[in-house]
Ligand binder design. Structure first.
Ligand SMILES: *[C@@H]1O[C@H](CO)[C@@H](O)[C@H](O)[C@H]1NC(C)=O
Length: 267
């Protein structure tokens, strides 16, 4: 007790001798970005980003409607969107970053013994694209990761004589070029894994996501893995004889859940 009192007194003396400063947030000259038409939940996630002396606020709006890339008169409902709002010192409209603006993949299958039935192989409405956004910020090659943690993969029906098609809540992330113009890669760590709730069927990859400080490695939370125990996926990339490779490793504080790692080529 005496020690704590002494420590408190010492800290007080230290703070007083160094000085304590307060400041107000500058609301007088703030730059305000409004959510564009079709956007919803604009500002749910935010990241600051810069590239070659241009500065942006990247804003996620995970319940936004999106214009169909194949048909400008069509709206894709609640896909989620990410906007780039350039900081020029004055008010500039935010522009959508085109990441996922295509209709879902479909296929002709036999379902319940009926041949040639069109089924959706995935679900993107409600996928929460832009629920997580991350930028390495201001370094020489700033990197951006945008995630849709509620993306659902359905795949083909497992049996042609049943009326069954699964819904796997896999989640996925997109890596975007520093100038925010193109998607450079997808990260869908649970896609090739065993599905089911005991395994990787409900990953929700991208529930959280970051790059490491050097910008090579991608880390993402996959909270639904193994009966919602959750793990982290780390995509570790490095340059190796001109080829880029990565190890995907999944580690968990609960060792009973298991640990795995393997090597693949970066896409
Ligand atoms: C998105 O589309 C749906 C269905 O057309 C509509 O009900 C909703 O108002 C739209 N939302 C926005 C923000 O435009």
């Amino acid at each position: 007790m005496e020690f704590e009192a002494l420590l408190t007194a010492l800290l007080c003396v230290l703070q007083l001798s160094l000085g304590i400063y307060g400041f107000n947030v500058d609301i007088g000259s703030a730059v305000v970005y409004d959510g564009p038409a079709k956007s919803e939940y604009f500002g749910y996630s935010v990241a600051l980003h810069s590239h070659q002396n241009k500065f942006w606020v990247i804003v996620g709006a995970p319940l936004s409607n999106v214009t169909n890339a194949l048909d400008a008169s069509d709206t894709l409902t609640r896909y989620g969107a990410v906007y780039k709002c350039q900081y020029t010192g004055s008010k500039t409209p935010c522009k959508v970053i085109n990441i996922d603006n295509r209709p879902v993949n479909r296929d002709l299958v036999t379902l319940n013994n009926v041949p040639n039935v069109w089924v959706d192989l995935e679900e993107k409405s409600g996928q929460w694209l832009g629920g997580t956004v991350h930028s390495t910020g201001t370094n020489g090659k700033a990197l951006v990761q945008l995630c849709a943690s509620r993306y659902i993969y359905r795949g083909r029906p497992p049996s042609p004589d049943q009326d069954l098609q699964y819904r796997w809540l896999l989640g996925k992330c997109f890596l975007i070029s520093g100038d925010l113009s193109v998607t450079t890669a997808h990260r869908e760590p649970c896609f090739l894994e065993s599905k089911g709730n005991n395994h990787y069927g409900y990953c929700q990859a991208g529930f959280s996501a970051e790059y490491t400080v050097d910008g090579y490695d991608v880390i993402m939370g996959t909270v639904g893995v193994k009966r919602w125990k959750g793990i982290h996926f780390a995509y570790v990339c490095w340059l190796w004889d001109g080829a880029v490779a990565y190890i995907v490793s999944a580690c968990t504080p609960d060792q009973a859940v298991g640990f795995k790692s393997w090597l693949r080529l970066c896409s």
